[in-house]
Design a protein around this ligand. Structure first.
Ligand SMILES: Nc1nc2c(ncn2[C@@H]2O[C@H](COP(=O)(O)OP(=O)(O)O)[C@@H](O)[C@H]2O)c(=O)[nH]1
Ligand SMILES: [Mg+2]
Length: 252
């Protein structure tokens, strides 16, 4: 249930219980992760306790999903947003994004998750699709190594429409269920190297079985939320993901 009030989107229903994130979600592998701490930034922790502070913050992030046709982008979004897997799913023309509402450390937060609606077929996605993204999810098929090689180009294209350093980048290998564990390990090793080059966090998932899908999106929500809060608190200054200093920890 949502309605417009003073030009702002208002939600009249509470966030569903399975979207409540109380603990900072963990990375998939330490070899390719955006940051390794397992708790909220001290300033964010204190701000979360203060309603006035978080009311001033940004409460929505745009997430764009890119990658070759058929790698499983739509299935990934559907598994998380609708908890379904449909082998014959076809993107509905005209529907561009899903809205997912979370509650993190008691604070409401929304992800706007954009699907390409088939534009990637022509290897040419409209620039409005990328613009203003805080999170870029580059997707490849673990069972088709060429799609991994193409992720660099997809990322380059997405970054062209955004300020350098303003986006979180994820590299996602899908269809894990189709590979033996030996095959999976081999491909993951290659993917981790590319993720490091791209300064991306790597995850390996299956939308068919649901493996790691929820964990992955919780991680996306947590990192985007934390960064938005910090940006709001710091008045728009660019952020680093450096570890907290001891003074920040004691201040919390
Ligand atoms: N086995 C398996 N098949 C998948 C998985 N994810 C997607 N697929 C299949 O891959 C095909 C393309 O998926 P889709 O999400 O439409 O790809 P998109 O073009 O990147 O959006 C479909 O036939 C899906 O059923 C997965 O995790 N496991
Ligand atoms: Mg699709």
């Amino acid at each position: 249930m949502q309605q417009m009030e003073n030009g702002k989107l208002q939600f009249s229903t509470p966030v569903s219980r399975d979207r409540v994130i109380s603990k900072f979600p963990k990375w998939y592998t330490p070899q390719a992760c955006l940051q390794m701490k397992d708790h909220w930034h001290g300033r964010v922790r204190s701000a979360c306790k203060d309603r006035a502070a978080w009311n001033a913050g940004m409460k929505m992030s745009k997430v764009v999903v890119v990658g070759d046709l058929y790698v499983g982008k739509t299935c990934l979004i559907n598994r998380f947003c609708k908890d379904m897997f449909d082998r014959d799913y076809k993107a509905t023309i005209g529907v561009d994004f899903e809205i997912e509402r979370f509650e993190l450390s008691g604070v409401p937060y929304t992800l706007q998750i954009w699907d390409t609606a088939g534009q990637e077929k022509f290897k040419c996605i409209a620039s409005t699709y990328y613009r203003g993204a805080q999170v870029i999810i580059t997707v490849f098929d673990l069972a088709d190594i060429r799609t991994l090689e193409h992720t660099r180009q997809w990322l380059e294209e997405a970054l062209r429409e955004n300020d350098p350093g303003s986006c979180f980048v994820f590299l996602i290998g899908t269809k894990r269920d189709l590979l033996s564990s030996a095959e999976c390990q081999r491909t993951e090793r290659d993917a981790i190297k590319i993720a490091a080059e791209m300064q991306a966090e790597f995850w390996s998932v299956s939308s068919k079985t649901g493996e790691n899908v929820r964990e992955f999106f919780f991680r996306v929500a947590a990192l985007a939320f934390e960064e938005s809060m910090l940006r709001a608190l710091e008045g728009g200054a660019p952020l680093t993901s450096e570890p907290e200093t001891s003074s920040e920890l004691t201040a919390a």
